[in-house]
Design a protein around this ligand. Structure first.
Ligand SMILES: NC(=O)c1ccc[n+]([C@@H]2O[C@H](COP(=O)([O-])OP(=O)(O)OC[C@H]3O[C@@H](n4cnc5c(N)ncnc54)[C@H](OP(=O)(O)O)[C@@H]3O)[C@@H](O)[C@H]2O)c1
Length: 280
């Protein structure tokens, strides 16, 4: 739909941002929902973040997606935070209500929605292992905890980060070293790779753990989406586990942002197809 004088504007800010899949994804969603909205990518350097937020207020930009490296700094620039963004100390979405900028973090909700949509999997009462303790791992751990997972084992190279991440799950969070995690991995209902191992152009040994421990009846999600098939996914599939890459999480976290801005149910099938076609 061509822009009009009534068109609402949303944008992704990051540095770099020219590789972002979000403009094509969000514009496909606005189009499918028949909304007079448009979405652009804006490169913003870290030093310019406060000015960018002032610009959002003065220009009346309706919504922002926040990507690297601004997720933590954006939490400080927002006027208020959702409870999830507050606990994570990071935001990936801003909603502008009349100049009041509210920071949200939709990664975890997107992840849990992707499990329900893709596998009819409800984390409530389930044993989960999360590899990683960075920004995305923290979102996944908090969301699994909020969804009622009975146990969330966190495995990470840097112990201090693992402890801080596991604390998000309260007394259901536990840190285990990789070399002691064999039985936790074998007994888990859900295993998530939220490290960056496997990104880019991985060799066969670029795996966060030996996936030969996995088996039928388990779900393995590797939230890496580039490449679509990591060595971890290939091995887990060969072991009989149900597998997913990061495409569904990416589309579902964007769907949550779309709904926060517009109040309209997101056209998730269009959004999944848009991400998949951009990564083909
Ligand atoms: N599908 C989606 O929607 C989505 C959303 C966000 C991110 N992602 C993907 O998730 C991955 C992580 O992103 P992030 O933002 O959470 O990154 P991050 O904050 O930088 O965290 C990176 C994590 O990977 C671990 N790691 C990195 N290299 C390692 C190595 N050589 N050996 C062992 N551990 C290593 C780090 O361990 P230490 O703590 O020890 O450094 C940390 O736990 C990326 O591939 C990203 O593309 C996907």
């Amino acid at each position: 739909m061509p822009s009009t004088s009534a068109t609402r504007l949303a944008a992704v800010i990051g540095d770099p941002v020219r590789h972002s899949l979000s403009p094509t994804l969000m514009n496909a969603a606005f189009e499918a929902a028949g909304l007079d909205w448009t979405y652009v990518a804006l490169e913003v350097a870290s030093a310019g973040l406060p000015d960018a937020f002032a610009g959002v207020r003065s220009l009346g930009i309706a919504g922002l997606s926040i990507t690297m490296p601004h997720k933590e700094s954006a939490a400080a620039c927002a006027d208020q935070l959702s409870p999830t963004a507050e606990r994570l100390g990071a935001v990936n979405c801003i909603v502008n209500h009349g100049g009041l900028l509210t920071g949200h973090n939709t990664d975890g909700e997107g992840f849990v929605r992707s499990l329900k949509h893709g596998f009819c999997f409800d984390p409530s009462g389930k044993r989960c292992v999360v590899l990683g303790a960075g920004g995305s791992a923290r979102s996944v751990i908090l969301a699994l905890s909020d969804a009622g997972a009975s146990e969330i084992i966190v495995v990470n190279r840097t112990l201090g980060r693992a402890e801080r991440a596991a604390a998000l799950a309260g007394d259901r969070g536990e840190v285990v070293a990789l070399d002691g995690a064999h039985s936790d991995l074998a007994d888990a209902d859900l295993v998530v790779n939220a490290t960056s191992i496997g990104m880019g152009d991985p060799g066969p040994t670029d795996v966060p753990f030996d996936a030969s421990v996995l088996h039928e009846g388990q779900i393995l999600v590797d939230i890496v989406y580039n490449p679509l098939e990591t060595p971890l996914i290939a091995t887990a599939r060969a072991q009989g586990a149900s597998v997913a890459n990061g495409v569904a999480m990416l589309a579902h976290q964007a769907a949550v942002q779309f709904e926060l801005w517009t109040g309209v149910d997101a056209p998730i099938d269009v959004m999944l197809a848009s991400v998949a076609s951009q990564l083909d």
